[in-house]
Design a binder for this molecule. Structure first.
Ligand code: ZN
Ligand code: ZN
Length: 109
């Protein structure tokens, strides 16, 4: 069984979400990139998995206005563009982790 990664701490900033996975591992997620990674039915076609979201419609200064935990496996983020249906599972967030260590391992995939 796959183990669900659980962040130690999640911090919502004006322009980013900072996730501390453990004391040696922190990922800083730029808000816009995270908004563009939304996997909800309005942003990604549920059948084809093709993106429905037009990146040009997302402003560079988008910010997360609220954040809440969903069970113990995800966070829900409400964005300044009014979009609030996106749920970001921790395993997705770990896969998207932009820290240098993860970026390096993504390259080797
Ligand atoms: Zn969405
Ligand atoms: Zn990382």
């Amino acid at each position: 069984m796959k183990q669900i990664p659980i962040p130690e701490r999640i911090h919502r900033g004006a322009r980013e979400i900072v996730i501390t996975w453990d004391k040696n591992h922190t990922g800083t997620y730029p808000a816009r990139e995270l908004r563009l990674s939304c996997q909800c039915a309005a942003c990604v076609d549920e059948l084809t998995r093709l993106p429905l979201l037009d990146a040009d419609t997302i402003r560079a200064d988008i910010s997360p206005v609220a954040m809440s935990l969903v069970g113990n496996y995800a966070i829900k983020i409400e964005w300044s563009d009014g979009h609030d249906t996106g749920i970001y599972a921790f395993d997705l967030l770990l896969a998207l982790c932009p820290c240098p260590k993860c970026a390096e391992s993504h390259d080797h995939e």
